[in-house]
Design a protein around this ligand. Structure first.
Ligand SMILES: NC(=O)c1ccc[n+]([C@@H]2O[C@H](COP(=O)([O-])OP(=O)(O)OC[C@H]3O[C@@H](n4cnc5c(N)ncnc54)[C@H](OP(=O)(O)O)[C@@H]3O)[C@@H](O)[C@H]2O)c1
Length: 217
């Protein structure tokens, strides 16, 4: 599959390299064409064959059957405007988090903003873990493959992203519709606050067997 990536930073590198390894073709993009080109070359070097190239924001958006938004919040609106109309109706993976977790504003979810600005079928995913987790092959902790919650409304987009989650050796988890993406963003903000404070955030949740009496979904 052809994957366009808006971004040429850490998340573009980590996830894009995994997807090249799985046989996909990736186009990365950034503000500086030289830096984006260097990123593509470095991704190809990591995998040992040419699966990545670089292009403008608009070229990355147009090239992808699915497009990942992997830019900082500060640049989000400008980047989406530069990406242009190619994003309309396209599956979009939103990995973004708010710039300042302690000031995350639940009234302004990033995923909804991306959907409104692009007209694409947004799936929120991959925002809960640090970039280095996405470099692991595969991310497995305590013998359990990492589960990746997905929030989105479009069945085809969700299906594509589930496949891309499995390409990493992770397990896709249904997180509900795009309206629930705000909960993923708030969860990331909360967890990042705990991690920055040196706490083991994973320790705050009991296992399923101790999650209370309820009907399984
Ligand atoms: N790093 C993590 O652990 C992590 C984990 C989960 C989610 N996320 C989220 O994923 C997104 C990308 O994170 P990242 O770690 O890949 O960031 P990064 O390494 O700093 O890369 C940021 C990308 O955003 C682009 N960008 C466009 N406009 C920008 C602006 N005004 N200011 C800053 N950058 C701008 C940069 O362009 P240039 O290439 O031209 O610099 C770069 O390609 C962010 O929303 C972040 O919150 C990050």
């Amino acid at each position: 599959m052809k994957i366009g990536i808006l971004g040429a930073g850490g998340m573009a590198d980590a996830l894009g390299t995994q997807w090249i390894r799985a046989g996909h073709e990736v186009t990365v993009s950034g503000r500086d064409p030289e830096r984006a080109r260097a990123r593509a070359e470095s991704m190809n070097a990591q995998v040992g064959r040419p699966g990545a190239r670089s292009g403008s924001w608009a070229e990355a958006a147009a090239s992808g059957e699915v497009v990942m938004v992997g830019v900082r919040e500060a640049g989000l609106d400008d980047v989406l405007a530069a990406a242009g109309p190619a994003l309309r109706g396209k599956p979009i993976i939103d990995v973004t988090n708010g710039a300042a977790p302690d000031r995350y504003d639940v009234t302004r979810p990033l995923a909804r903003r991306i959907a409104d600005l692009t007209g694409g079928h947004v799936v929120k995913a991959f925002n809960l873990c640090h970039v280095d987790v996405w470099r692991m092959t595969p991310p497995v902790f305590g013998g359990r493959p990492l589960a990746v919650p997905l929030c989105g409304d479009d069945a085809r987009a969700l299906d594509l992203v589930r496949g891309l989650v499995r390409d990493l050796g992770c397990t896709p988890l249904d997180g509900g519709g795009l309206d629930r993406a705000v909960q993923l963003e708030a969860t990331a903000a909360f967890m990042i606050g705990l991690w920055f404070g040196g706490a083991d955030a994973q320790a705050i949740l009991p296992p399923l067997a101790s999650s209370g009496a309820h009907e399984p979904a």
